[in-house]
Write a protein that binds this ligand. Structure first.
Ligand SMILES: Nc1ncnc2c1ncn2[C@@H]1O[C@H](COP(=O)(O)OP(=O)(O)OP(=O)(O)O)[C@@H](O)[C@H]1O
Ligand SMILES: [Mg+2]
Length: 257
């Protein structure tokens, strides 16, 4: 579904991603792991048009993504969340999600200005859809809260809801559980399973190894911009290069406990 072939990204002389090749299969819950600065977020940015390739190719199905703008990639069916929360503080939860659905609406500026029936119908549709999605992520009761009134964990869920509102085939989540409590983390794990059951392919970056190993069908490991392992979780966990990459990093691969 998503294929990275020989992908490289340089920032000045610094290799953030270097000749990386692997694919995300349709229906997968695919994890991307690696130490800080390994190039994980850069790979997401390359797949969503936020930064440009220095080399190689990213294909979504048959579509090369290299020259597309973020909104065009979104329209093809790739949505994402960010490592750091990006919400408009003054918007309510439901407005935030309703706006996300707009990538599927194409009314023109005159219809919008005149509040014509078609616009009102579209708005109603957007808010109904938004409410359904808020319910799905467990935020229905918070629909009318302003973003900043939500807890940190709820804000992260809202970002997932906004991404889902665009109707993606592939959802990219950049550290969805960062800063969450254990209970919130378990909720996100269940949510990702439900998203997957809806037929949406999930590609996520995560540092919590217990979360990764319990959830993923496939794991890709980056280290200093290079792919060092790619395979089923059990295989990756026992990979010598992966163990070496994580040694002395606080036992990040310790999945016990
Ligand atoms: N826009 C940019 N300009 C310059 N350097 C960048 C840019 N984006 C990323 N980098 C550098 O590229 C390298 C990879 O960064 P990236 O954010 O992809 O890592 P990461 O694996 O997501 O790390 P983390 O786990 O800390 O989020 C880092 O050295 C980073 O400083
Ligand atoms: Mg990152």
């Amino acid at each position: 579904m998503l294929t990275f072939s020989g992908v490289s990204k340089y920032f000045g002389g610094m290799k953030a991603v270097s000749d990386v090749s692997f694919g995300i299969e349709q229906g997968a819950i695919h994890a991307l792991i690696g130490p800080n600065g390994a190039g994980k977020t850069t790979l997401f940015n390359l797949a969503t048009g936020l930064v440009r390739l220095s080399g190689g190719q990213v294909l979504f199905g048959e579509h090369p993504l290299a020259s597309l703008e973020p909104h065009q990639i979104c329209r093809l069916g790739i949505a994402r969340t960010f490592q750091n929360i990006r919400l408009f503080r003054g918007m309510t939860a439901i407005e935030t999600v309703a706006v996300g659905t707009n990538t599927r609406f194409h009314y023109d500026i005159f219809t919008a200005m005149l509040a014509l029936p078609r616009k009102r119908r579209n708005e109603k549709k957007a808010f109904d859809k938004a409410e359904e999605i808020l319910d799905f992520v467990g935020l229905k009761k918070k629909s009318n809260y302003l973003c900043y009134e939500l807890s940190y964990g709820e804000q992260r869920l809202l970002e997932i809801a906004r991404a889902l509102a665009t109707g993606p085939k592939l959802l990219l989540l950049d550290e969805p559980t960062a800063g969450m409590t254990e209970t919130e983390t378990e909720n996100v794990s269940d949510l990702i399973k439900s998203i997957s059951q809806k037929g949406i392919t999930v590609f996520f970056i995560e540092h919590d190894m217990r979360f990764v190993m319990g959830l993923s069908s496939k794991v890709t490991v980056l280290n200093f911009g290079t792919l060092i392992a790619n395979g089923p979780p059990q295989e990756v966990q026992n990979n010598e290069a992966v163990i070496q990459a994580y040694l002395g990093r606080g036992g990040a691969l310790n999945v016990g406990g």
